[in-house]
Each structure stands twice: as structure tokens, then as C-alpha cells.
Design a protein around this ligand. Structure first.
Ligand SMILES: Cc1ccc(CCc2c3nc[nH]c3cc3c(=O)[nH]c(N)nc23)cc1
Ligand SMILES: [Zn+2]
Length: 373
């Protein structure tokens, strides 16, 4: 079996689970935050730094690597692991979502999606078979079925047709998958914000017995309460013995609230994306380092952090680097933000182990400056 989820325990205070995700490239403790490395790199970080931070699994992207450098080059390099010199786990997304969020002029048919490259306007096509073949070439330990992430908001009838087509596409991905013992294909539950469609999608995908399940179609602009409501209806329909990956989530508070609702895996572009404009996640909330008040602040980004950045550099220095557009500056903010989320998930796992995740949530939200919901 390529990937096996091991349930260790369920938190008595919440629905959160402590687990282990066994992969051919190492075992990952869950709930886990997965850094995003869209173009075969987690921006500005070396593999050694990612290991020092404690990252056990990173994400990459079918759409981007298909366009550039091309999946055949990555295959010849020994897959993504060889290409980027990363010997821990990798998960790739199937590209459908990125076609919709990046390229213009696209057309969906039963076959798949025609679109123009956002790089050079070239007409391209990806369907379930192509997405599966590309991900087989990339060699990720976990890869995603080809799906359509319905926009938000969307009409019931559109979402129903889209979800049913996504289910047919999932079947086609299973048929096209050539190395089930080396790579785990996860099904992606769709169904928009409609609980009956979510139930139909979950039921149909579970009947295909995927090694793990993602919940897609969320974190697409809907209000958080609506996302949590959909989660509360969808997660219970998934097998407890399989991992659950909530796609595109998210912010520190959403990682905690997602874990409470039984999610094991999260991806999020936030820590790396906001780091590039000098915004840092700290235990007291977000800190915008460009702010003039930090010009003479010779304390670390986060007084409660023990990461490389916080042990060796001050807010004044990092502010200077970021304002001077010195790339070392965003390397330091990226390192800290990634460490912050990896550390947060360690605290979440510890809280689950001690049946006190709800208490941890309340204390974190108060400190992080989040209003009570
Ligand atoms: C490298 C990488 C970046 C991003 C992602 C997740 C991207 C992502 C979503 N992001 C926010 N909401 C999302 C929903 C979906 C979805 O429904 N399906 C798929 N395949 N991906 C989604 C995966 C990998
Ligand atoms: Zn730090």
C-alpha cells in the first residue's frame, strides 16, 4: 500500500484526531500543515531549511509543472523527488483548480478542460487521464483526482452536474492510475455548499475505496461559518480509517477549527505568500514588519518563538532588509512563518493527545487577537 493512515486517538473534547500518515518517503504526524511549493520549490527555502523547520510533506502542482518545465523533463530527472532533491513526502494537486484560477479562455467538456497557458497563450488540454499521467510522471507520494472546483456562489443545478462529472472523472483517474502501490490517488469530495450534493459525492467516492479523501470546493470565498457547516456535514461521511485533506485551508485559526472538525491535512499558501510582503504570523497575531514602529525594535519577530530567524535577527534588521528589497529579508520572514505553522500543528497534536483541543483553541484565539465567534 503506497500510503496508509493510522488513527492513533480521537480527542475527547472535540472530533479532532491524532494520526500518522505512512508514505514511501517517511511518516507524517497528523494533523499536519503542508507547505506549498507550486513550481517545485517552497519559495526561498532550501530542502535543508524545510527539514530544520520540521516539514515532512510539501505540495506541488500539476498545472504549473505541465506548463513549465513539462512533466517529461521532471520524469527524466527522477520525478519531483530527484528534480528538487527532496527525499521526504510530496503531494501534487491535479491541476483543475489552477486552470480555473490562472488561465483564461477555458472550456469544460465531459472529456476535460481546454485552456490557454497563462505563460504564452498556447492552447492546451487536461482531462482525468492526462492529469493522472502527469502526476505519475511527477512521482508524488499522494496525488489528486482531476476535479472541478465549482465557483462560489453557484446554482444548485450547476453544482450537481459539476459534482457528478467530477465523480465520473475520479473513476477515469482510477482506471488511468498505473502505480497504485507507489502513489496514492486521493478522491476529492465536491458538491458546493449543498449538503445533499456533498453526501452524494462522498458516498460515490467512498464506494470507489480511495486510500484517502480531500474535501474540495471550499476556501473559495465563502464565509467561514458556511465552510464549517459544510465540513460538519461532509467529514462524518468519510471513513475514519482514511486521511482527510481540506484543500486550500488555511489561516492559523482555520487549521485549528478544521482539526476540531476531523481534518488531518491542510495546505496553505499564506505563510509563504504573506512573508513576501513582510507580514509575519506571531503568537500575538499578524505583524507587518514594514511598519515604522519597528525601525528601532531590536527584539525578535515573536518573543515566544525559538526559530532560526527569531534566535538571530531583530525586527529592525528584518524591516530594513524587507524595505531594501533584500531577498534575505523574505527568506527570514518565510522561515519564521513556516516554523510558526509547523509549531502550531505540534501544539494542536499535543492538545489532542491530552484531550484539551477546545481549551487550546480558546487560549490561542484570545492571544492571536481573534474575536470570539
Ligand atoms: C501546490 C498546491 C496549491 C494549492 C492546492 C489546493 C488548491 C485547491 C483549493 N485551494 C483553495 N480551495 C481549493 C479547492 C480545491 C479543489 O476543490 N480542488 C482542487 N484540486 N484543488 C483545490 C494544492 C496544491
Ligand atoms: Zn520565529
Amino acid at each position: 500500500m503506497a500510503v496508509r493512515y493510522e488513527l492513533i486517538k480521537t480527542c475527547k473534547q472535540t472530533g479532532a484526531r491524532l494520526g500518522k500518515l505512512h508514505t514511501p518517503h517517511g511518516t507524517i504526524d497528523t494533523p499536519v500543515f503542508m507547505p506549498v511549493g507550486t513550481q517545485a520549490t517552497v519559495k526561498t527555502m532550501s530542502p535543508e531549511e524545510l527539514k530544520a523547520i520540521g516539514a515532512g510533506i510539501i505540495l506541488s502542482n500539476t498545472y504549473h509543472l505541465f506548463l513549465r518545465p513539462g512533466h517529461e523533463i521532471v520524469r527524466e530527472a527522477g520525478g519531483l523527488h530527484g528534480f528538487m532533491n527532496w527525499d521526504r513526502a510530496i503531494l501534487t494537486d491535479s491541476g483543475g483548480f489552477q486552470v480555473f484560477s490562472l488561465s483564461n479562455l477555458r472550456k469544460i467538456t465531459e472529456e476535460g478542460v481546454s485552456f490557454r497557458s497563462h505563460l504564452n497563450g498556447e492552447k492546451l488540454f487536461i482531462g482525468p487521464e492526462e492529469a493522472t499521467q502527469i502526476q505519475n510522471a511527477l512521482g508524488a507520494d499522494i496525488f489528486m483526482a482531476f476535479d472541478e472546483c465549482a465557483p462560489y456562489p453557484a446554482e444548485y443545478d450547476y453544482v450537481k452536474k459539476s459534482m457528478e462529472r467530477t465523480t465520473r472523472w475520479a473513476e477515469r483517474c482510477l482506471k488511468a492510475h498505473t502505480r497504485p502501490n507507489e502513489q496514492a490517488l486521493f478522491g476529492i469530495v465536491q458538491g458546493g455548499m449543498f449538503n445533499d450534493l456533498r453526501a452524494q459525492s462522498a458516498r460515490d467516492l467512498v464506494s470507489m475505496d480511495f486510500p484517502g479523501y480531500a474535501i474540495g470546493g471550499l476556501s473559495v470565498g465563502e464565509p467561514f461559518p458556511l465552510m464549517y457547516e459544510v465540513l460538519e456535514h461532509t467529514v462524518p461521511l468519510l471513513p475514519t480509517s482514511k486521511a482527510r485533506y481540506l484543500m486550500g485551508v488555511g489561516s492559523p485559526d482555520a487549521l485549528i477549527d478544521g482539526a476540531i472538525r476531523g481534518i488531518d491535512m491542510f495546505d496553505c499558501v499564506l505563510p509563504t505568500r504573506i512573508a513576501r510582503n513582510g507580514t509575519c504570523m506571531t503568537s500575538q497575531g499578524r505583524l507587518v514588519i514594514r511598519n515604522a514602529k519597528y525601525a528601532r525594535d531590536f527584539t525578535p519577530l515573536d518573543p515566544n518563538c525559538d526559530c532560526y530567524t527569531c534566535k538571530n535577527y531583530t525586527r529592525a534588521y528584518i524591516r530594513h532588509l524587507v524595505k531594501s528589497e533584500e531577498t534575505f529579508g523574505i527568506r527570514l520572514t518565510t522561515y519564521h512563518n513556516l516554523h510558526f505553522l509547523v509549531k502550531l500543528m505540534e501544539q494542536v497534536r499535543q492538545a489532542i493527545a491530552e484531550d484539551r483541543l477546545q481549551d487550546f483553541r480558546d487560549q490561542f484565539f484570545a492571544q492571536y487577537g481573534l474575536g470570539e465567534d
